[in-house]
Design a protein around this ligand. Structure first.
Ligand SMILES: *Cc1c(COP(=O)(O)O)cnc(C)c1O
Length: 368
């Protein structure tokens, strides 16, 4: 094994090329490239089964799914979310003309701090957008109780939780709706892609989303509303269909990688990572490791790995409320847990084909 080989934090999962080629043949035969084609419809139905949800609407990517979903919910005023996420979560709120209010995260699994949540609700609050960050499932039952008490919508950013279950229930069933991302770097990809799911079948929401993603067009002579364009094309849907056949195998391989990391790092003072609760079926999407009072700082570990061509990521750093586009309106010190974790966390390489010997090497650099 050459030391000069570059190991990135992730590597896209691809099906055998022959499987994709087989589906491409049908696209060439029919010349139907997009606009809710056969693969789009098949993928939608298969995902509804796989994710154990009541309804699914597909989108060109996860971000547009979330942006259209927030629009479909007819929200106003303030939306509570966390600053410890990918830019997309807060951007989707702001791009809908809504005001994000940042709740801190808990130090156990970095999801929204439910103890703080209720204190941030005002008469202007209309929704909560929690993030199942790294695939760690939020305290969905307590969040729902708080939301019900104040008549708020709950919309999950479930981009990291493809295929996860809590007590046997699909993670995309919680709240009013959830957004999934099928971006190349996610556990399940359709090159680019995304979806909105609901627990119970919700035909009214699905129709609203359909109109939003297809220019408001309902028929050849009927344009009912001012929609945009968020349609998933047939090449993306075909990739999704191929990857869906293999996703259980991808997750099983990720689990082996996780367990190898765990074997090296679990009992090291100064190193922590969230354990997977026994009632959760995990997808092992990320390997976030926090260095607190450790021999080396997070940045030192990052540099030591980089010197060996191992590209870990400071994910998520900086916090969203410290971005230059938001810093004038927010103070990152108002969310001290998120600030601390953003400075101490490093996501280590994690993908199905990561060799276990490479995990050993990564850990020996960390422990060295
Ligand atoms: C990837 C991601 C998104 C956006 O999904 P895209 O498919 O890339 O548009 C949103 N939220 C989180 C937390 C993500 O990781």
């Amino acid at each position: 094994m050459s030391d000069s080989k570059i190991i990135n934090v992730t590597r896209a999962s691809l099906p055998p090329l022959s499987e994709y080629e087989e589906l491409l043949q049908h696209i060439w035969d029919t010349a139907w490239l997009t606009n809710m084609g056969e693969y789009h419809e098949t993928l939608r139905a298969k995902l509804q089964d796989y994710l154990k949800v009541g309804s699914v609407q597909l989108f060109v990517n996860g971000h547009s799914a979330l942006e259209f979903l927030l629009q479909a919910m007819d929200l106003h005023g303030e939306v509570i979310t966390t600053p410890f996420s990918f830019a997309s979560t807060t951007h989707a709120i702001v791009r809908n003309g809504l005001t994000p209010v940042f709740c801190d995260i808990n130090m156990r699994d970095y999801t929204i701090d439910v103890d703080q949540l209720e204190s941030l609700i005002t008469e202007r609050t209309s929704a909560i957008v929690p993030v199942h960050v790294y695939g760690n499932i939020c305290d969905v039952h307590r969040i729902q109780k708080i939301a019900d008490r104040h008549h708020l919508k709950v919309i999950y950013d479930a981009a990291h939780t493809f295929g996860e279950e809590l007590d046997g229930q699909g993670v995309g069933t919680f709240g009013d709706a959830s957004m999934f991302s099928f971006h190349a770097t996610k556990v399940f990809n359709s090159i680019e892609g995304g979806a909105v799911t609901t627990g119970k079948p919700d035909p009214a929401l699905m129709e609203k989303l359909y109109k939003l993603k297809n220019f408001g067009i309902l028929g050849q002579e009927e344009v009912a509303s001012v929609g945009g364009n968020g349609k998933m094309n047939e090449f993306a849907a075909a990739m999704g269909l191929c990857n869906l056949r293999h996703v259980d195998e991808y997750i099983a391989k990720r689990k082996l990688v996780f367990e190898r990391y765990r074997a090296h790092l679990a009992d090291v003072p100064g190193i922590t990572f969230p354990e997977i609760p026994s009632n959760v079926k995990s997808n092992y999407a990320y390997m976030p490791v926090r260095f607190h009072d450790y021999t080396y700082t997070r940045d030192e570990i990052f540099d030591r790995l980089k010197a060996e061509n191992i590209r870990a990521r400071k994910y998520f750093y900086p916090c969203i409320n410290a971005y230059s586009c938001y810093q004038d309106h927010y103070d990152v010190k108002d969310t001290p847990h998120a600030l601390l974790v953003s400075q101490e966390i490093l996501t280590l390489p994690m993908y199905p084909d990561l060799a276990l010997e490479d995990v050993d090497r990564i850990c020996s650099i960390i422990l060295g």
